[in-house]
Ligand binder design. Structure first.
Ligand SMILES: [Zn+2]
Length: 398
């Protein structure tokens, strides 16, 4: 590791200039000087520092002729890359993207998370090396890595905390282990938070307040509040699966309590209900197949699960007042049936002012939400004021 020294005077302020250019809009030195309130010569020095890192480049000017150098500059998304890693219960999806979130190469592996952190993260490192090679890049170009895992994560350390379906992962130093292998900072968050970031990026970039609900084997929500992911004091904001629903009084949840939303409305819970009725359903995937084949008992059960989720979301709506609720996870694949149940309860239980502009929709980004969201976490980290300052100080990429 290069020792971090104070930013050299010549590049001081370059990081702030870069934040201005992150919107992608090309600007001249004069425009930048006016915006930042400094001399053009100062802007020139800062642009040189940022171009040295590959973060900013001159823009091809359609009107410039005679081989004159372009006079406008913008953020350059292609020089460096990040890695987005979506670790699911039974699969692993890894994508290499540029700094604009554009996917350069990706890979999918069947690998149970229960194989433990070393086995899974070693595979991530192998896939990362393959993808970098495919895209003609090296680990030197890798600025950061984002990882989504199917369990709770302590945000300050990136360590999973008592994750129920991830044996061997409790307290494991994911950023330390993977960071050493890949030579880049590693950000870790739970899969639902990561998916909510990906869904917003893919489908709702202009929406500032959004709740993404994943209904699969478990139930959880990612909350985007005023454009930022809301994690709460301990990183568990949005853990709605264990909120009590009156209808479920006698249902024992895997957490040990009775009446949790998850014990009533998850894919596994609906499958259990259908088994009681004599149908062959082991998990959420079977439920989806039954619904799609037109089985009326399955349709009815899924709609009721939607209503149960709607009960809890009605309370969340009064607290958060989102503009969009996105339903993702395997149960969203039942099409309109699940969402119809959610809508039925939400619109009848919530004050009209909170629902007049509300949209309740199915996830648009599907399988890509996790990988894209993990990439976005990495990009936000890599391009933050602090990170760019560090790169400038270390002279990285020069
Ligand atoms: Zn519970």
């Amino acid at each position: 590791m290069v020792e971090i020294r104070k930013t050299a005077p010549a590049s001081a302020g370059a990081s702030e200039l870069f934040q201005l250019l992150r919107d992608g809009q090309p600007r001249t030195r004069s425009e930048l000087a006016d915006l930042m309130g400094v001399a053009r010569s100062t802007i020139a020095l800062r642009l040189d520092a940022l171009m040295g890192l590959g973060l900013v480049a001159p823009v091809e000017d359609a009107v410039s002729t005679g081989g004159r150098p372009s006079s406008r500059f913008a953020m350059s998304t292609g020089a460096q890359v990040v890695l987005g890693v979506d670790i699911g219960a039974s699969h692993l999806r890894v994508g290499l993207t540029d700094l604009g979130g554009g996917c350069l190469a990706d890979a999918l592996r069947d690998l149970p998370v229960s194989n433990g952190p070393e086995a899974v993260l070693d595979t991530v490192a192998e896939l990362a090396a393959e993808l970098l090679e495919q895209a003609g890049r090296s680990t030197r170009d890798l600025l950061a890595v984002g990882v989504g895992v199917p369990g709770p994560v302590e945000h300050s350390t990136g360590r999973p905390i008592n994750p129920p379906i991830m044996p061997g992962w409790h307290g494991f130093d994911v950023p330390g282990y993977l960071g050493e292998k890949l030579g880049a900072p590693v950000l870790v968050d739970n899969d639902v938070n990561v998916m909510s970031v990906g869904e917003r990026e893919a489908a709702w970039p202009d929406v500032e307040n959004l709740i993404f609900v994943k209904v699969a084997t478990g139930i959880g929500a990612g909350i985007i509040c005023n454009g930022e992911l809301l994690r709460g004091a301990d990183g568990v904001a949005g853990d709605i699966g264990h909120i009590r629903v009156p209808r479920g009084e006698d249902k024992l949840c895997r957490c040990g309590n009775y009446g949790c939303l998850e014990a009533l409305a998850s894919g596994v819970a609906v499958a259990a209900k259908l088994r009681e009725a004599g149908l062959d359903a082991r998990d959420g995937r079977d439920v989806v197949a039954l619904v799609n084949s037109g089985d009326q008992q399955a349709v009815h059960a899924v709609r009721q699960a939607g209503r149960d989720v709607g009960e809890v979301l009605s309370a969340c709506l009064s607290m958060m007042n989102p503009a969009v609720i996105v339903i993702g996870g395997s149960m969203a694949l039942t099409g309109e049936h699940f969402i119809a149940g959610v809508r039925e309860v939400v619109y009848s239980r919530t004050m009209p002012l909170a629902t007049q502009h509300l949209r309740i929709v199915q996830s648009a980004s599907g399988l890509d939400a996790g990988m894209l969201g993990a990439s976005m976490l990495a990009i936000h980290h890599a391009l933050s004021v602090e990170s760019v300052d560090r790169m400038l100080a270390a002279g990285a990429g020069v």
